[in-house]
Design a protein. Structure first.
Length: 116
């Protein structure tokens, strides 16, 4: 994801970090998942590897927001749509979920990872 997402999400009221503010560019996806789980963060990604790793390693958290779009920048309405879905899926994201945001279809699908 572009670093402009971090700025956009912060400006929208979210506690957002770009990975290189926390770790190193060369860190693997499992390292990122473990950090997000330990720090109660949600991962915004276009990478399908994260959902596979969650399933493979049995994570109940962190939650993922997978962005499906040709335009991966937060401009042209994409950012506002993602923020809207983040807010509407906040309960699911708090408990552990994968939210797939399909920008062209203007919809989001929520899959719970674990539910009490």
């Amino acid at each position: 994801m572009a670093p402009s997402w971090t700025v956009f999400l912060r400006d929208s009221g979210f506690d957002a970090n770009y990975w290189t503010e926390i770790g190193s560019r060369g860190d693997d996806d499992l390292e990122i998942l473990r950090w997000a789980e330990a720090n109660d963060h949600v991962i915004l990604t276009r990478d399908l590897d994260f959902s596979s790793l969650l399933a493979w390693h049995g994570f109940a958290k962190p939650s993922l927001v997978q962005l499906r779009t040709g335009d991966a920048l937060p401009d042209k309405g994409t950012g506002e749509l993602v923020v809207s879905f983040l807010r509407s899926a906040s309960e699911a994201l708090h408990h552990g979920a994968i939210v797939t945001v399909e920008v062209e279809r203007r919809r989001a699908r929520v899959k719970w990872l674990f539910r009490d």
